[in-house]
Design a protein around this ligand. Sequence first.
Ligand code: SF4
Length: 376
Amino acid sequence: MNDPTVKGWCPGAYRPMMSGDGLIIRVRPRSGRLSAAQTLGLCDIARTHANGLIDLTNRANLQLRGVDEGKHQAVLDALLALDLLDETPEIEARRNIIVAPLRQADSLSERLADALTSRLGDLPPLPAKFGFAIDADGARQLENAPADIRIEAAPCGLIVRADGSPLGQAVTPDTAIDAVLTLARWFQTSKTNDIRRMAPHLAATPLPHCFACETTGARARALTPGKIKAGQIYGASFGSLPAADLAGLVEKSNATAMIVTPFRQFLLLDAQPTTTPFITQSDDARLNIDACTGAPACPAASIATRDVANAIAPHLSGQTLHVSGCAKGCARPRPADVVLVGNDGAFDLVQNGHPWDVPTLCGLTLEQAVKEIGPR
Ligand code: SF4
């Protein structure tokens, strides 16, 4: 097993990342939205040039894996034809923006996302994973999505908030983007070289005094699969979408667009009920299980994480499970009730924690791990 390497950057379409099974190419749909035609086109790319699967990422992007290096240009050409490619690699790298998935069309969140996108060139140089969440229409939907600067609805009105602080700066729709840029510049000039994210920076550095607005506004109910007024929300085991299944669902349901969420779920707008292998019930046990790509695709892994997760699933009784190929824990930033971490082909067990926490038991076989978790 190789050591897990913290890359410190996210792959894009222009700048893919090499993995054990070929290139990883990440597609960043604008505001997390694809038309039905774009969705079908991306499914086609996944089947033609990649491994046939499309991954949902925790930043509401879509990821292709297993792309041969020689096919990278063909993928770029196809993404350009679908209008799913940014103008330049620099803009793509900076456009780390998550938008509240259940906003209405032409909502304030969408307008602010467009405004921020048009000002990306005004941002200072920021660490590669630095990102933005726009959650400006009522109850907050993105509290558990990764971001460093957030625009949110709050009791005092619209605010800009630094991740890691409970206080925000009151803004209007017209001043919000300027406030975001000012906060980004403050971060860049006040941080030390080893700091890459806002929350750890705030642990040692107080915010400017203008951040004084309470942010105890309402939180939206956690997103779950099911029918909603705008269409149908679907879940995906491990956040993995077989492209053939997705294309079939879009066509059969007559969906008009797809909204990608950071929660391993996606919304098909105007979708009509139809049969599908995706998760459609909010109590489906698969929603409680996270597993990273694992072996053989990831060179840091020594276990086939998703096979292991499927084998353990029947033995769970309501616990959350995270199966991680190594201690890096790519699949789930939050703690889980049960965590199994691959270690030279065996399993380390962490209870109520993260893969990088100290395990309570080490070197277990799969059978031993199942016994520890307990039969249902
Ligand atoms: S957590 Fe999984 S996907 Fe991430 S580096 Fe480790 S083995 Fe690879």
